[in-house]
Design a protein. Sequence first.
Length: 172
Amino acid sequence: MIGAPAGSTVETMLVRRTGRRQGATRPSQLFELTAEVEQLLSRAYVPFLSQLVEEFSGAMPPEKVEALLGRVGKSLAAALQVSPPVGNLETRVRAASALLNRELGALTHVERNGHFRIQGAGCPLAAVTGKHRAVCVAIEKLVAEVVGTGVRECCDRSGRPRCCFEIQGRAR
């Protein structure tokens, strides 16, 4: 919401009033972007993340990079305050898909054909997943924390990358 009234409770404000401009002939208000919006508009994240993963990949063997980013995925679950898995497998898989959509900006849905698969229409980390499977492994570990069972990434990293996670366990 742009310019919410003072004292209102808005989940995410884009701008906030910071004061009045002095010396203006008419009353004029000053506004600034909120910190949340500045983060969303930053162009630094993609090149920084790309270079960081590139440095890891150049300094460590692939299995060490995957292990490191796997730990990142598990700790990301803690940072996102993922609750211990509850409900049946389908409920947990749907919760994992919803988490990816809500917290990471993914566009995923759950497919069910004898087993469960979380399939993405794209990838929120496409700038790095095309070159580095280990980034998909990080999200695989995040999904595993939510579903409480084994997960195998089956992401399409060619062209326009798309997320894909196969869940170990049968759909009933």
